[in-house]
Write a protein of this length. Structure first.
Ligand SMILES: [Zn+2]
Length: 162
């Protein structure tokens, strides 16, 4: 699996993208386990369960409804492939796929991102606790760089086989 490389051109910045943590691709290199022409796949640095990952468009898009057709297709096809890899990698029996749009829906970073959460029985006190766990993710402890790198390595290896 090729290593993540920073894009040659940074996405066009606008008022809404100013200071966006998902627009600084260099800053995401540690947690990036895969990239395509239009999307990045990241390991969540505050995972609610092992394997919790994110897929996002490289360009700053705030709304799911603003995605272009090619971006949308790439993102969804990628989600399916990454979920296969995550399930294999973490021995998952199911998964949650979540997208929060708008503050009223719990969106905290205004750059569209899809949460991929591989699930196992008993991983959270109640199966439905994932939504509140994602909401609280911003205050949970960040895992170490070593843990992030190890998970990135594992997912890359699994992705090469799906
Ligand atoms: Zn952004």
């Amino acid at each position: 699996m090729k290593r993540f490389k920073a894009p040659v051109a940074l996405p066009r910045r606008d008022m809404s993208a100013g200071g966006c943590p998902f627009c600084c691709h260099e800053g995401l290199s540690l947690q990036t386990f895969h990239e395509t022409e239009q999307c990045l796949c990241l390991y969540d640095i505050r995972p609610i369960v092992p394997g919790h990952s994110l897929i996002l468009p490289k360009r700053h898009v705030g709304s799911f409804l603003s995605l272009g057709e090619a971006e949308l297709m790439e993102m969804l096809l990628l989600a399916q492939r990454v979920l296969r890899a995550l399930m294999k990698c973490y021995g998952a029996e199911g998964f949650d796929l979540a997208l929060q749009e708008g503050e009223c829906a719990g969106q905290s970073i205004r750059h569209l991102h899809l949460h991929l959460v591989p699930r196992r029985w008993g991983d959270l006190p109640d199966p439905g606790d994932w939504a509140s766990a994602i909401e609280k993710g911003g205050v949970a402890n960040r895992i170490s760089d070593e843990e992030i790198a190890e998970n990135v390595r594992r997912i890359r290896a699994a992705l090469a086989e799906v």
